[in-house]
Ligand binder design. Structure first.
Ligand SMILES: N[C@@H](CCC(=O)N[C@@H](CS)C(=O)NCC(=O)O)C(=O)O
Length: 224
């Protein structure tokens, strides 16, 4: 729990998987925080002041400390509030959680969004290339409830906010059933399990509003 007189603020954006995962971590740890919503693509002077390097959400302010980049923030939260650990204690497992989280935010996002909107080699090739990457995660989660084991951890927060509660919704807008139960039974089960976690449900963007926004983003990306 937050110690007395601690001040925790989070600058976020409601559809951002990067800021939603930070909220998950704060809620899991039971850290009270003030949430400051940005209205991207507009940026408040506060965001520009606090994150002059990347000018992106999320930004976490903890007393006089300012942090950006969601993976860095999650690790900071985990080390600052030690209850309900997010990262594995074992050095190898910890390294692997970081490895796959980077893979999700870099490779899966890069393959699973723009190339499906503007496929250079055809939509079927773009879908297959994304599925090949997702298959690596299928192998990681098979036989487990969560990537973190019996409870949600770092990789569940990163992959959960990015895949089922962001990309799957974009794929739905595009009419693509990317992660079918038949092709990805492990990930399908993981998504069901994630939906059962109260903290996860609290941090998911409302579906209808999200799909509406996602459709607009997809239309804009098609013509850009
Ligand atoms: N690597 C960053 C990515 C953060 C990010 O891309 N945030 C987006 C919102 S989803 C943003 O603030 N975009 C504003 C911009 O690109 O100008 C992280 O993990 O925090």
């Amino acid at each position: 729990m937050a110690k007395k007189e601690e001040c925790v603020k989070l600058l976020g954006f409601w559809i951002s998987p990067f800021s939603r995962r930070v909220e998950m971590a704060l809620k899991l740890k039971g850290v009270p925080y003030e949430y400051l919503e940005e209205d991207l693509p507009k940026k408040t002077p506060l965001l520009l002041e606090l994150n002059p390097v990347h000018k992106k959400v999320p930004v976490l302010v903890h007393n006089d400390k300012i942090l950006s980049e969601s993976h860095v923030i999650l690790e900071y939260i985990d080390q600052t509030w030690s209850n309900n650990p997010i990262l594995p204690q074992d050095p190898y497992e910890k390294a692997m959680a970081r490895f796959w989280a980077k893979f999700v935010d870099e490779q899966i996002l890069a393959a699973g969004f723009m190339p499906l909107i503007k496929p250079k080699k055809g939509i079927e090739v773009a879908i297959e290339e994304t599925r090949e990457l997702i298959m690596f995660l299928e192998k990681e989660v098979t036989g487990k409830d969560f990537f973190g084991g019996e409870t949600i951890g770092f990789l569940d927060m990163v992959a959960g906010t990015m895949i089922p509660f962001c990309l799957v919704r974009a794929w739905e807008c595009m009419g693509i059933d990317m992660i079918s139960e038949e092709k990805f039974p492990g990930l399908s089960r993981w998504i069901k399990k994630l939906n059962e976690v109260e903290i996860v449900r609290e941090c998911i963007p409302p579906k209808e509003k999200h799909i509406e926004r996602m459709n607009k983003i997809i239309e804009k990306s098609k013509s850009s």
